[in-house]
Design a protein around this ligand. Structure first.
Ligand code: NAI
Ligand code: MG
Length: 363
């Protein structure tokens, strides 16, 4: 049995509270399916580490976690102690960039037992599973570049400039990932986010590469929308999407909007992937450290558990992934005294909900 080495980084705030539940569920899945998992815990990427060391990560962080099979991450950020740009740029964003995790992947699926905040135009609610899409965001270049600068600072002539960078290599590799994903799904439908009517150089280039890639995937039905109307469609007919691919900025927006259309942020997972596996990929819930509820043991652990399932899938264990998802759905669907955290309208603790899911996985 191959043992997967997982670097566990819980981080700040509720990261510390949901991580044990993620590990509990993973351990239940590992023992049911005979998967070898070794968890190595790291105490960096959090404000107490920063207070002790004056930096978010040790100098040799790459050596410490670079040869692991995956990074299982909680959340980072504690604005009361450290400004967000220091804590996030000093840790999470370095993992994403320096491990070339160029795909940010987020499912947005309406789970049973969750009331979607959206209704159909006729006023009826969506059924579980009717909203079921994957958002694929480019995660390393595009609008989030460091090319630019400021001139004549503080004067009447002040100028600021920040360039969008799209490389053929960078665009094509994320498109390929998205087309492969679309091809593997029943609907085989891919939507591309664009804005070629306003951003008249880079976005037409993006569209050109989409069209070129589409020729290699004749079975995939492709459409494209400008980002503004696409956001409206997410709200008005979220059931019409399957795989949605977008540049870094547009993907950032859509990958928050998509999960928001399906319920609480506490259940949403995400993966930062290096598909070639030259570096470890990172799996984390969508939410942050939630200082407003941290320390009370009431955070919803489902986002942490679900991204653990995505990690097992990436490591080749599809059945274990499916069992974890099934367990989440079973617990959410069971009414009566099934444990629910306050964000789901209940009074259960993080550990109550985590234990209930782990029990179903192990059963
Ligand atoms: P947040 O996601 O931490 O919280 C937003 C709201 O959602 C809060 O009201 C919170 O209580 C609630 N919430 C979040 N997760 C929940 C869960 N599992 N169960 C129940 N309720 C939950 O975002 P916020 O407040 O903007 O940021 C707080 C800190 O987290 C900041 O330092 C921010 O930079 C950082 N952050 C880190 C991320 C990461 O590590 N990937 C992602 C987003 C924010
Ligand atoms: Mg975002």
């Amino acid at each position: 049995m191959k043992t997967h080495r997982i670097a566990v980084v819980a981080g700040d705030g509720i990261g510390l509270e949901v991580m044990p539940e993620g590990l509990r569920a993973l351990e239940a899945a590992a023992s049911r399916f005979g998967i070898g998992l070794q968890f190595d815990h790291f105490d960096f990427a959090c404000w107490p580490y920063y207070e002790r060391h004056g930096q978010m990560l040790p100098d040799d962080w790459k050596e410490q976690i670079g040869s692991h099979d995956a990074i299982y991450f909680g959340a980072v950020g504690w604005p009361e102690k450290i400004p967000d740009h220091i804590s996030l740029w000093g840790s999470l964003l370095r993992f994403r960039r320096e491990f070339d995790q160029y795909v940010n992947l987020r499912p947005a699926r309406l789970l049973p037992g969750m009331s979607a905040p959206l209704r159909r135009r006729d006023g009826t609610p969506y059924a579980p599973g009717e909203i079921d899409m994957w958002i694929v965001r480019e995660n390393t270049e595009g609008e989030y570049s460091s090319v630019g600068g400021r001139m004549f600072e503080g004067s009447e002539r002040e100028i600021v400039l920040q360039e969008t960078v799209m490389s053929r290599h960078g665009v094509d590799r994320v498109l390929r990932f998205a087309f492969e994903l679309a091809q593997s799904r029943p609907k085989q439908h891919l939507t591309s986010a664009t804005k070629s009517n306003g951003i008249a150089i880079t976005m037409p280039y993006w569209d050109e590469r989409v069209a070129a890639m589409a020729r290699q995937y004749p079975g995939v039905h492709v459409d494209q929308f400008h980002i503004d109307i696409l956001c409206a469609h997410f709200v008005q007919r979220p059931d019409c999407f399957d795989v949605v691919v977008a540049s870094n900025l547009f993907g950032d927006i859509l990958s928050d909007l998509g999960p928001a259309c399906t319920g609480t942020i506490g259940v949403a997972p995400s993966a930062n992937l290096n598909p070639e596996r030259r570096h470890p990929s990172l799996f984390e819930p969508v939410h942050g450290s939630a200082p407003d509820i941290a320390g009370r043991g009431i955070a919803n652990p489902i986002g942490q558990i679900w991204c653990g399932a995505m990690m097992l899938d990436f490591l080749g264990h599809r059945k274990a992934h499916d069992a974890l998802l099934q367990a989440i759905e079973t617990v959410l669907a069971s009414g009566g005294d099934a444990p629910r955290t306050p964000d789901l309208g209940g009074r259960a603790s993080t550990a109550d909900l985590g234990r209930a899911i782990a029990e179903v996985v192990g059963a």
